[in-house]
Design a binder for this molecule. Sequence first.
Ligand code: AMP
Ligand code: MG
Length: 440
Amino acid sequence: MPLFGRRKTTEPEAPAPEAVPLPGAPVAGANGMRSVDDHRDYLLSMVAELPPFRQQLLDVIDLSICEDVVAGLNLPGFDNSAMDGYAVLAADVERASAGEPVVLPVVGEIAAGQAAPHPLAPGTAMKIMTGAPVPEGADAIVPYENTDRGDVDVTIVAASEYGQHIRRVGEDVAAGSVIYRAGDQLGPRDISLLAAMGIDAVMVRPRPRVVVISTGSELAEPGYLRESEHQIYDSNSFLLAAACRAAGAQVYRVGRVGDDPDAVKEVITDQLIRADLILTTGGVSQGDYDVIKQVMPELGRTDFAAVAMQPGKPQGFGLIGEDEVPIIMMPGNPVSAFVSFEVFVRPVLRKMMGSTPYVRTELHCRAAHAMPSIVGKRQFARGHVSVGEDGHRQVSLVGGHGSHLLGDLARANALVVLPEDTDLVGVGDEVSVWMLADHH
Ligand code: AMP
Ligand code: MG
């Protein structure tokens, strides 16, 4: 049953509209294919940043702030003690040693959060706890470790210097300085800094709501028995849902739909209402049952292209439904789907979230062995980056070229980016990689 039906199934079937192509699609090169960069830039030009609103700190992890933030407070906010001990005048204890200790009367005590009862007079000491304000007149803290911890008098057995163990006002962050610029992505440490400033909510672009659908009559749902051994479990919708979530999106994994035109149209139409972006896999190549390519032009304006890359050559994009919801239609082979995500979907999500840069940073590595490459296409091979004995990063390929090799994909920790004009990378040559995860 449709969850979010827009049209009643009893309504008379409208005649299939003419397929309307999307304007402005880049033209293919001499080889009949569109370049990777042209296609990505085109998709980026077709999606908009989501409108920002103010959200609570714990809801903004991984999102990008879209305002500049000026520190309203100094950090530290006042001179305070870095140790539990005694506030003193450094001059009073500059000659203290185990052989010739200095004894001072203890004239008060300051806990964190309290104010000093009065200024410190020369020749006296005040007990002070970590984080408590340094009393006026004091200019050094003697830690407990260098004393007998006395309450009435304290015996100090080591010298202290001017300023020792005092955290100075504003030494960390000065009030009035810019601590965040629009576009900065917020992690746990940023959230803590904002909290330290007394801020509880910031302007961010929301998490894009991404609907993930996989197509293919051969697909079975994990957790259920397959109807036959020729069915395969749907891994793409999990792959993409997880990758979107890791990229900061809010994901609705719809799962699989068979290669039936009406079923595909119904499922996608039902999802439009809750989607900022729809992702599909399968059905965009030249097969007899490539249903996505067949039916999507009926739901909106679409663009299907051959992109000069391997894997991931057949790519579809569209703006569908009344609200012109963007849809990215990827090939069904799991590695193709993953590479399509990295090359196209991730930048699109980042644009929607206002996170810069949109595209992954390339690192340079040495090739641990020769790597053949197809001229005319950008190849995204699965690689494993490690640090060699000479301390330099090196990369070796994981598995073969086959875009069905999901086990190899899971073992890789990088994508090796082999440019269009390369036919062979020699041992020790520099190659570019996109690091995928830091837990390998
Ligand atoms: P297609 O792009 O629909 O022609 O599919 C290409 C290949 O990818 C076929 O071998 C499919 O069985 C496989 N495939 C398609 N969708 C999925 C999926 N959701 N999970 C795993 N494999 C899939
Ligand atoms: Mg298929």
